[in-house]
Ligand binder design. Structure first.
Ligand SMILES: O=P(O)(O)OC[C@H]1O[C@H](OP(=O)(O)OP(=O)(O)O)[C@H](O)[C@@H]1O
Ligand SMILES: Nc1ncnc2[nH]cnc12
Length: 253
């Protein structure tokens, strides 16, 4: 539904409305303004709703305008989700050791919308990419991996800390921002030739993801990409991954 109120154009799109008022854009819930958007958009525009579907804009002057409008608005909706995710992550100084700025994703999990946005962004990226294995790293990769695996119709393979898995395992050691550790995977959980995505909440030095990649590649799995919610770029984990693609949603918050 579309309505003109004074100099405001209101587009009702599923549960979100867009208002243009005094040359400022706002998202509204019913008639009350909830969020002011800061980025510039073309004068008349569309919005991707919760389903990710792009709604058709009105008053487009040319095919070219229309194409750039779709791109701008899809990007804005994506940015909106990213900023919601970023603001839902809490940062705790000096945990677990002095000098560490701990990125706490438990607050993201308390916000169902931001948590869903996180999963949706990963699923949108990997849908149709023929991925049969989602390998999640203990512990926080166990939170984000399974819903992605279910949405993609892939299996979830836990990469566990030592002595947790009951069957025959292969293991890899790695160094951390604070300490060293080891991860293990059940023999037979994956087959040579499968296409895998490695998921974790965060990349710091990249040691954990590199160990996960080594484990999978030792048994002939093709690791297509690694995906994390957060990257700490100053720790150069991306460089440690070398040519292996890395997809992240937010830089350190
Ligand atoms: O890029 P890196 O330097 O390897 O660090 C990243 C890893 O560190 C954190 O896990 P942590 O080892 O603290 O284990 P936990 O999730 O079991 O607490 C984080 O969840 C990643 O798995
Ligand atoms: N700064 C950090 N915050 C949360 N998890 C981490 N793992 C390694 N470094 C971390």
């Amino acid at each position: 539904m579309t309505a003109l109120t004074g100099n405001s154009l209101v587009l009702k799109i599923s549960r979100l409305n867009i208002v243009r008022e005094n040359n400022q854009r706002s998202l509204t819930n019913g008639n009350s303004v909830a969020i002011k958007l800061s980025r510039h958009l073309p004068p008349i525009y569309a919005l991707t709703g919760e389903s990710g579907q792009v709604h058709r804009p009105v008053g487009i002057e040319s095919e070219r305008d229309q194409a750039s409008l779709y791109m701008a608005t899809a990007q804005d909706a994506k940015d909106d989700r990213i900023s919601r995710i970023s603001s839902a992550i809490r940062v705790i100084p000096d945990f677990p050791k002095p000098g560490i700025l701990f990125q706490d994703i438990t607050t993201l999990l308390l916000d169902p919308r931001a948590f869903k946005d996180t999963i949706d962004l990963f699923v949108e990226r990997y849908r149709g990419k023929d991925i049969s294995v989602i390998a999640g790293v203990e512990a926080r990769g166990f939170i984000f991996g399974p819903p992605i695996a279910l949405a993609l119709g892939a299996k979830f393979v836990p990469m566990r800390k030592p002595k947790k898995l009951p069957g025959e395992v292969i293991s890899e050691e790695y160094s951390l921002e604070y300490g060293t550790d080891k991860i293990e995977m059940h023999v037979g959980a994956v087959q040579a030739g499968e296409r895998a995505l490695v998921i974790d909440d965060l990349i710091a030095t990249g040691g954990t993801l590199c160990a996960a990649i080594r484990l999978l590649e030792r048994v002939g799995v093709n690791v297509v990409e690694c995906a994390c919610v957060i990257e700490l770029p100053e720790l150069k984990g991306r460089e440690r991954l070398g040519d292996k693609p890395l997809f992240v949603l937010v830089g350190s918050t």
